[in-house]
Design a protein around this ligand. Sequence first.
Ligand code: CUA
Length: 155
Amino acid sequence: MRIEAYERIFMILAGLMLVLGIVGIGIGALVAGVHVPSPAGRIDPRALSTTPPFDQPGLRDLGGGKYEAVVIARAWQFQPDEIQVPVGATVTFTLASPDVIHGFVLTGTNANVMVIPGQISQVTARFDQPGEYLWVCHEYCGFGHHQMYGKVVVR
Ligand code: CUA
């Protein structure tokens, strides 16, 4: 079989672009420290309300300015939907869903994670400025999706 010279050149160029693209993404991920959020654990979504720590959602003071916020994302509310921490607090959000896929994005921070039934999701954010930081569900989850939000109040 004979391949035209132009066709051969285009095939080589297309192959090179593919390889360069993949290498570029790899280097970018390494240099920028980009990583895909991975599940912090597994959980039976049907038993969420009886499985620690989700049997007692809310804020825990871990000492030294560190906090853990255990938050359930369910159709269609976050529980709790407000936490209050002092300025300088570092808060790790531990999230899980008993029903469908939800999202969690916290404005003014880079905390952004999906909340998938069966998985525990974790993101950490530090709050150096006083104010209110809104978080919203950014994964369409049905009729009441737009009502799913909450906030961190930093004083
Ligand atoms: Cu939950 Cu959208």
